[in-house]
Design a protein around this ligand. Structure first.
Ligand SMILES: Cc1cc2nc3c(=O)[nH]c(=O)nc-3n(C[C@H](O)[C@H](O)[C@H](O)COP(=O)(O)OP(=O)(O)OC[C@H]3O[C@@H](n4cnc5c(N)ncnc54)[C@H](O)[C@@H]3O)c2cc1C
Length: 417
């Protein structure tokens, strides 16, 4: 018997898992290996395998998994959402990230945008089965990385300095100027950005706005895609804004809602990152097990050496524990946000899910590579890529330190005794 789910799943859950697993194994993983070895510019050039992967993800509607059915979503349960994420993370952290950031601006606009903007921007994205519309999430700036994680609780936030992207009202339009950092996932290929920008007269990053920005507007410029250690199948690059004008209703959140909104949005992304991390950890564990069963040293398979057998057990234990905590945290956060429509969910649970699962993914990938010996470093096996991807996880969507500090502030202030 292979994978056993400790939660009670039904036939529909298992059929869905089988379909996503097939996509992950037969399409996403092979394409991710191909893209990993390509140059940054080639990865985003017309005809790149990147677009085959995006088409498959869109064809299966995986950009719509977060939305309730009445808003154009697939109507998945929270357990099914988690299962999709873990399988995607198993197949390719980069593609999981890509379809995750694709969903952010448009899911948010579907939920909080005006009727006009939902018809104009969200509907074509929902109906897209070819990858014509791709979203990204523009938070990090050249001078503000961890600041954006800490801004919503830090009492000294005004000392962080002005944001690098500024938005101001002008008549019945808003004008945007500035630059997002080179780390914006999917930026080189995306069509819409969910942009965080500081208001011109705001005192800190907390006084900001979340804006849906079509990236074909006059004044938007994309920079060169960058090369990274890991997560390479999800291209990254900077975006510049030079007097970009958007109508009033493109601004989806502004003070005082913006602060609550940003905090809760990080809850949603945290549990998704946690699930991707568990998928990556499971992939590394399974690769190590497969290798340990087949590699002969000292006259017998590696798995029969006690130290290796024990390492394999410890990897298994970590993956299993991470899965069920992240799953619980995701159910908690999604129920609060989508069903209860609460904007006061304490951040510590989602942050802990993200931090814990990321650390587990890195530890498991590290131990798995060790089991491969020199082959682990050679690039001949996928474990080397999984290790690099797991390293990127410790920084992506907030460093584990910044996320932990933020959760620690919440615990120190708000944990009731
Ligand atoms: C693969 C990948 C994908 C990404 N995708 C996106 C994306 O789609 N959109 C986007 O906007 N961004 C994205 N990012 C950027 C990511 O969110 C930032 O890299 C991250 O938040 C850290 O910011 P930074 O790199 O500027 O590091 P810094 O904030 O400069 O941190 C450097 C170091 O100092 C520590 N540190 C910083 N501030 C403090 C503090 N106040 N107290 C204590 N320690 C501190 C950090 O923990 C870290 O170890 C991505 C990054 C990666 C690697």
């Amino acid at each position: 018997m292979s994978f056993v789910d400790l939660d009670r799943t039904n036939d529909e859950d298992e059929l869905m898992r089988k379909n996503i697993r097939r996509l992950a194994e037969e399409v996403l993983r092979p394409l991710s290996i191909k893209l990993d070895k390509m140059k940054p510019r080639d990865r985003v050039a017309p005809g790149s395998p990147l677009f085959d992967a995006i088409r498959e993800l869109k064809r299966m509607g995986l950009h719509r998994i977060h939305l309730p059915r009445e808003n154009g979503g697939l109507g998945l349960t929270n357990l099914q959402r988690y299962m999709v994420d873990e399988e995607l993370g198993w197949g390719s952290l980069g593609f999981a990230t890509l379809i995750g950031v694709d969903a952010i601006p448009l899911t948010i606009t579907a939920l909080f945008g005006s009727e006009g903007i939902r018809d104009e921007i969200v509907k074509p994205w929902i109906e897209d089965t070819e990858g014509k519309y791709i979203g990204c999430w523009g938070v990090t700036e050249p001078e503000h990385g961890s600041d954006y994680i800490l801004a919503f609780r830090d009492e000294d936030v005004e000392s962080f300095g002005m944001g690098n992207v500024i938005i101001e009202h002008d008549g019945d339009e808003w004008v945007i100027n500035g630059q997002k950092s080179a780390w914006v996932s999917a930026a080189p290929v995306c069509t819409h950005m969910g942009l965080h920008a500081q208001l011109r007269d705001g005192k800190s990053l907390r006084d900001g706005a979340f804006v849906i920005v079509p990236l074909n507007l006059k004044g938007v410029r994309k920079g060169e895609p960058v090369d990274m250690l890991g997560n390479r199948e999800c291209p990254q690059g900077p975006v510049f804004f030079d007097n970009v004008r958007v109508p009033d209703d493109y601004v989806i959140a502004q003070p005082p809602f913006y602060e609550l909104f940003s905090d809760q949005l990080l809850n949603l992304t945290s549990v998704n990152m946690g699930a991707f991390s568990v998928g990556l950890a499971r992939a590394a564990f399974e690769e190590a097990l497969k290798y340990a069963r087949s590699r002969i040293q000292g006259g017998k398979p590696l798995i029969e050496h006690k130290n290796i057998k024990l390492k394999i057990y410890e990897m298994f234990e970590r993956v299993e524990a991470a899965r069920y905590y992240v799953r619980k945290a995701m159910d908690f956060v999604y129920t609060k946000f989508f069903v209860d429509q609460s904007f006061t969910t304490p951040p510590r649970y989602a942050r802990a899910a993200q931090v814990y699962a990321k650390k587990i993914a890195f530890e498991v990938a590290h131990d798995a590579l060790q089991i491969f010996g020199a082959y682990g470093l050679s690039g001949e096996f996928i474990i080397e890529k999984l290790f690099r991807d797991a390293r990127a996880l410790l920084i992506e969507d907030g460093t584990v330190e910044a996320l932990s500090l933020d959760a620690a502030d919440d615990i120190a202030r708000n944990y009731g005794l």
